[in-house]
Write a protein that binds this ligand. Structure first.
Ligand SMILES: Nc1ncnc2c1ncn2[C@@H]1O[C@H](COP(=O)(O)OP(=O)(O)OP(=O)(O)O)[C@@H](O)[C@H]1O
Ligand SMILES: [Mg+2]
Length: 283
């Protein structure tokens, strides 16, 4: 694989289970030795310059644990002591992550979301220039997920480069400036989410309900009319291109078709992902 992450962007590595996301990330962090190839992070070699690099990057691992009875403030204190450079105001960091009320709590008493936020805090404690987040929101509820998304965009807006992995296509689409899709250890596509959708899934659909006669026949002029889900008055018209939705609207207006409900279905990064990586379940 060959990929470049630009300074100041949120870059997402997305791929099915076992595709090699964590492996790749660990090689880039300097925690795993690649069989071959060249990796440069902030101009440094992750193996040869491991110490210098660790001072400048932050890492949140996919699976991590701390001692059961270490308190939140103790973990933060311990992590601070590992870095030579000036560190952030840890109270402010805990407050930003909503962990202030948990300062004195044992690690084992934290919820999944609180643990995850603590690991993100530990990855940010020394104001790293690049932060690696491996599956940052797995297992979290929608509230915690959204809180973490805004935290990550906040980190990026303050100038930190973010390299993350995720299975959640909604997360990748909302959060990432660019994504790379990885499959069996190879990069099969790379670009902004919008570019990938435009390139691989130009199809879109219009769904509406109408009791007028011969609607399907008339709609066949602008797109393909597909099954109506057992509801005889509901129509789904599939077409491609930027003009398709306008064409359907124009036809409805021109023919004076009475429409009760109307919505569009636009393709998402998830559609691209499934199209490129297939529907089979992975190990
Ligand atoms: N380039 C590669 N060549 C051969 N084996 C690889 C390669 N990359 C990863 N593997 C192997 O594939 C397995 C899964 O890799 P990894 O943990 O990186 O997947 P992942 O994409 O992070 O999956 P998950 O989404 O489940 O976290 C591991 O056994 C790893 O050693
Ligand atoms: Mg992984």
């Amino acid at each position: 694989m060959s990929l470049e992450v630009f300074e100041g962007e949120i870059f997402g590595l997305i791929g099915p289970n076992g595709a090699g996301k964590t492996t790749t990330m660990e090689c880039v962090e300097g925690n795993r030795v690649p069989d071959k190839g060249t990796i440069k992070v902030l101009g440094l070699d992750p193996r040869r310059d491991a110490h210098a690099l660790r001072q400048r990057i932050g890492v949140q691992h996919q699976e991590a644990q701390l001692q059961k009875r270490i308190k939140v403030w103790e973990a933060v204190d311990l992590w601070r002591s590992l870095y030579d450079r000036a560190v952030v105001d840890s109270d402010a960091l805990l407050a930003r992550l909503g962990l202030e009320p948990k300062r004195n709590a044992w690690f084992m008493t934290l919820s999944g979301g609180q643990k995850q936020r603590l690991f993100i805090a530990l990855a940010l404690i020394h104001e790293p220039e690049v932060v690696f987040l491996d599956e940052l929101t797995t297992g979290l509820d929608p509230q915690a997920r959204r809180a973490i998304w805004s935290l990550v965009t906040g980190i990026r807006d303050r100038g930190t480069t973010v390299f993350l992995t995720t299975h959640l296509m909604e997360e990748a689409e909302k959060l990432c400036d660019r994504v790379a899709i990885i499959e069996h250890g190879r990069i099969i596509e790379c670009g902004t989410p919008a570019e990938l959708v435009h390139k691989h899934c130009p199809e879109r659909a219009v769904v509406f309900t109408s009791d007028d006669a011969n609607v399907a026949q008339r709609m066949a002029r602008v797109g393909v009319v597909v099954g109506s889900n057992g509801n005889a008055s509901m129509y789904t018209i599939v077409g491609a291109g930027d003009d398709f939705v306008t064409d359907v609207i124009n036809l409805i207006a021109r023919e004076g078709i009475r429409v009760r409900g109307f919505r569009t279905e636009m393709p998402t990064l998830e559609d691209v992902f499934l199209k490129l990586t297939g529907h089979g379940i992975r190990d």
